[in-house]
Design a protein around this ligand. Structure first.
Ligand SMILES: Cc1cc2nc3c(=O)[nH]c(=O)nc-3n(C[C@H](O)[C@H](O)[C@H](O)COP(=O)(O)OP(=O)(O)OC[C@H]3O[C@@H](n4cnc5c(N)ncnc54)[C@H](O)[C@@H]3O)c2cc1C
Length: 470
C-alpha cells in the first residue's frame, strides 16, 4: 500500500483524505501552515470560551460524509435546534424569510410596495438572469430584494449585486421563491426547500473538536500531521509532482518526496508555488481569482441571556456589522460559565483594506459601538474580547471567474499524481461536506489506483441548504 502520500493543508478536506487513507493502512503525511488543524473550520479557545470562525452547521445529504463525522465524534456530536433571524431597521424578521412575517413586520406602506413590486416583476421580469440582482428580483420583486438581499449580500461581497453572478444565487437560494415560501408558510410539509433546515449537528466544543479528533485518529493509525509547516514550493517534473518544500516552525526548509499529492491549499497559492513557474497566462488566471476575507470580533459579555438565536443577520445598512453568532446557543459547552455570553461579531472585508488594517483596539471600539447602537448588547457589559482575522474566507464568483478556473483546471490536470480538493483547493464556494467529500474521493482514487471520482466535477450544489453566505 502506498505510504508516500503527501497532503497539503489540514482543514476538513485534507484531514478527511488523510483519515480515509490511514484507515486503509496508508501512512499519509499532512502539512499544515497554522499551529492548529481545521482550517476555516477550526475553533479558537480563549479563557475557556470556544469561538467558531463564524458558525459551522454540520449538515449533509451524503451518507459517507455523515457517517464519517459520526464515526469520528460519536456522542460529542449533538443535535442543535436552529433559530436565526434577520435584523432590519430595529425589527426582527424570520429567517428564512416568511412572507407573512415580512409583510406584517413592515407596516402597510412597505407592504403595498413589496406586493406591487413582486407583481411587477412577474409581469415584467428581467429578460436575462446573469446577475444576482436580476435573479433575485425576478423571484421576489425589487422591493424585497433591496430590503432582504441587497444590503447583506453587498456587505458580504463588497461589490454591487449587479456584479455578482446569478449562479451564486441559484446555488444558495435554490428552491426558494416568494411562491415556495408562501407554500411553506401554509404547509410545513413542504420541506424540499434547501434553505429550511431547522436542526443541524454540532460538536459540543465547536467544529475544531471534529477536526482535532480526526488529526489524533490519523496519527494513532500511523499517519503524521505536521503543523506549523508551510508548503512553500512544489517541484514538478514533466507530468508529475516530484516533491514539496516546506518551512517548519524554526524557519528551516525541508523537502519531502511523494508518489501521490493531494492539495487543499488555495488554488491560487498552488499555482504560485509550482516550480518551474507556470506560463504567464496561468499566473494571470490565478491572480484574477479573488477572495473575500472575514474579521470576527469575539466578545465576552457579563450577561446570562442576550437573545435566543444561534445567529442573527444584520441587514441594517447603517452598521458595517454583518452577522452575530451566539455560541452558547450552539452548544452550552462553548462557554465555561452560564452567567456569561460569548458573541462572534462578523465583519466582511478584503485582506489589507481599511477595516482589515485597523488595530484590534479600533476594531473592538467599532464593534462595541455598533452592537450597542442596534441595541443587542450594552457595551458597558462587555468584559473582554479577541479579534480574529480570516484571510481568504470566501472564493468570489465575480464575472469572468469561470474562464480563469477553466484555464487553471486544464493546466493542473496535466499533473497525473496531483488531486486538488476542498473549498479553496478547487475554488468552489461550498460547505464543509463538499470539502470532506472531495477529500474522501481523492483518497479512494489513490486506494483504488485509478481516478474513479474526478474531484473537479464533484458538486454538491444540488443538495445545498444555505442561501446566506457562510
Ligand atoms: C464564516 C464562515 C462560516 C461557515 N459556515 C459553514 C457552515 O455552517 N457549514 C459548513 O458546512 N461550512 C461552513 N463554512 C465553510 C467551511 O468553513 C469550509 O467549507 C471548510 O473549512 C473548507 O475546508 P477545506 O479543507 O476545503 O479548506 P480550509 O478549511 O481552508 O483548510 C485548508 C487548510 O490549508 C492550510 N494551508 C493553506 N495554505 C497552506 C500552505 N501553504 N501550507 C500548508 N498549509 C496551508 C490552511 O491553513 C488550512 O488549514 C463556513 C465558512 C466561513 C468562512
Amino acid at each position: 500500500m502506498a505510504d508516500d502520500i503527501v497532503i497539503m493543508g489540514a482543514g476538513p478536506a485534507g484531514l478527511a483524505a488523510g483519515y480515509e487513507l490511514a484507515k486503509n493502512n496508508c501512512k499519509p503525511m499532512l502539512f499544515e501552515s497554522q499551529d492548529q488543524v481545521g482550517g476555516i473550520s477550526k475553533t479558537i479557545k480563549y479563557r475557556d470560551f470556544y469561538f467558531d470562525l463564524g458558525g459551522h452547521r454540520f449538515f449533509t445529504k451524503f451518507n459517507e460524509v455523515n457517517n464519517l463525522w459520526h464515526e469520528v465524534l460519536g456522542a460529542d456530536f449533538i443535535k442543535v435546534p436552529r433559530l436565526s433571524r434577520i435584523y432590519y431597521k430595529n425589527r426582527y424578521f424570520n429567517y428564512p424569510l416568511t412572507p407573512l412575517n415580512a409583510l406584517t413586520g413592515m407596516g402597510i406602506f412597505d407592504t403595498v410596495k413589496i406586493t406591487s413590486s413582486y407583481l411587477y416583476s412577474k409581469i415584467f421580469p428581467y429578460s436575462r438572469e446573469d446577475t444576482f440582482e436580476q435573479w433575485v428580483s425576478n423571484r421576489f420583486g425589487r422591493k424585497l430584494y433591496s430590503m432582504f438581499f441587497k444590503t447583506y449580500t453587498e456587505k458580504v461581497w463588497g461589490i454591487p449585486c449587479s456584479q455578482i453572478q446569478a449562479e451564486w444565487a441559484a446555488q444558495r437560494i435554490k428552491g426558494l421563491s416568494l411562491k415556495t415560501a408562501v407554500l411553506n408558510a401554509i404547509s410545513r410539509k413542504n420541506n424540499n426547500i434547501k434553505t429550511l433546515i431547522n436542526e443541524f449537528d454540532y460538536p459540543t466544543h465547536g467544529p475544531g473538536m471534529m477536526y482535532n479528533r480526526m488529526k489524533d485518529k490519523i496519527e494513532d493509525m500511523g499517519g503524521k500531521v505536521y503543523i506549523n509547516s508551510r508548503v512553500d514550493k512544489i517541484n514538478t517534473e514533466g507530468s508529475k509532482i516530484k516533491s514539496l518544500e516546506y518551512i517548519d516552525k524554526d524557519g528551516r526548509r525541508n523537502i519531502v518526496e511523494g508518489r501521490y499529492f493531494i492539495s487543499s491549499i488555495p488554488l491560487t497559492e498552488l499555482i504560485e508555488k509550482l516550480s518551474p513557474t507556470p506560463d504567464t497566462a496561468i499566473l494571470n488566471a490565478a491572480s484574477n481569482l479573488k477572495y473575500r476575507s472575514l474579521i470576527t470580533v469575539d466578545i465576552i459579555v457579563g450577561k446570562q441571556h442576550l437573545f435566543p438565536d444561534n445567529w442573527i443577520y444584520i441587514h441594517s445598512p447603517d452598521v458595517k456589522l454583518g452577522r452575530i453568532q451566539n455560541f452558547k446557543n450552539w452548544s452550552s459547552k462553548m462557554v465555561p460559565d452560564e452567567n456569561r455570553t460569548s458573541l462572534g461579531l462578523e465583519y466582511f472585508c478584503n485582506e489589507n483594506d481599511e477595516l482589515w488594517n485597523l488595530t484590534d483596539d479600533k476594531l473592538f471600539e467599532l464593534a462595541a459601538d455598533e452592537i450597542d447602537k442596534i441595541r443587542i448588547c450594552n457595551k458597558k457589559d462587555i468584559e473582554d474580547y479577541i479579534v480574529i482575522r480570516v484571510p481568504k474566507a470566501y472564493p468570489v464568483y465575480m464575472n469572468g471567474y469561470k474562464k480563469n478556473i477553466g484555464i487553471i483546471e486544464s493546466f493542473i490536470r496535466q499533473f497525473k499524481n496531483l488531486q486538488p480538493v476542498g473549498r479553496y483547493g478547487l475554488f468552489k464556494y461550498n460547505n464543509m461536506d463538499h470539502s470532506v467529500l472531495t477529500g474522501l474521493y481523492a483518497a479512494k482514487n489513490i486506494l483504488e489506483g485509478t481516478i474513479k471520482y474526478d474531484t473537479w466535477s464533484v458538486n454538491t450544489d444540488k443538495e445545498y441548504h444555505e442561501e446566506k453566505a457562510n
